[in-house]
Write a protein that binds this ligand. Structure first.
Ligand SMILES: [Zn+2]
Ligand SMILES: [Zn+2]
Length: 180
């Protein structure tokens, strides 16, 4: 297999992780509520705090802000490995899954710490602060993906998130559009 093919497959995996980050973020924002049993403290409350006070996210220690994501990414990656075996797509996806919360945290910094990271943000392979700010500064109903800057324009144009919201209303669930 040539190096371009490997790179392309790693990239596909990275984009799968980006897409999953959007789905998980949308579920956290719209389907979960504070005081839900078991998950409120670990998932719902940190997500609400991140919306109300975006700087609080940066202040939390590395391990505490990443632990839930890392545990979920490893669990999904092991299940995927057992079902489908190793692939470069798998490797790209687990890399994205492990990196996504740090990439998200870095997109809360006004300026990137290093030039090479800023270059990656400008390409869009990791999400930049101005791009992510479109989620926070808007009505928080677009730009749910938090790993790259590439899928959001497409998914927002397709109105995926609005359609999902309509879909859950059809089945009788109330989307959470506030901070509860
Ligand atoms: Zn959000
Ligand atoms: Zn954010």
């Amino acid at each position: 297999m040539d190096v371009f093919s490997i790179m392309a497959q790693l990239l596909v995996g990275w984009l799968i992780a980006d897409f999953l980050s959007g789905i998980v973020h949308w579920v956290e924002d719209r389907l979960l509520w504070v005081d839900m049993p078991l998950i409120s403290k670990a998932i719902v409350e940190p997500n609400r705090l991140h919306h109300v006070d975006p700087q609080a996210f940066l202040a939390s220690p590395l391990l505490s802000r990443n632990s839930t994501t890392w545990a979920s990414a490893i669990a999904i990656a092991l299940a995927w490995l057992m079902i489908a075996g190793f692939s470069w797509i798998w490797l790209g996806a687990i890399a994205g899954g492990l990196a996504v919360t740090e990439v998200h945290a870095y997109s809360h910094r006004q300026t990137a710490r290093s030039g090479w990271y800023r270059a990656l943000q400008e390409i869009g392979i990791v999400q930049s602060a101005p791009h992510h700010w479109g989620h926070h500064a808007g009505r928080m109903d677009t730009r749910y993906c938090i790993l790259t800057g590439w899928l959001n324009p497409l998914l927002d144009r397709l109105r995926l998130w609005a359609r999902l919201e309509s879909g859950i209303e059809v089945i009788g669930l109330k989307p959470n559009r506030g901070t509860a």
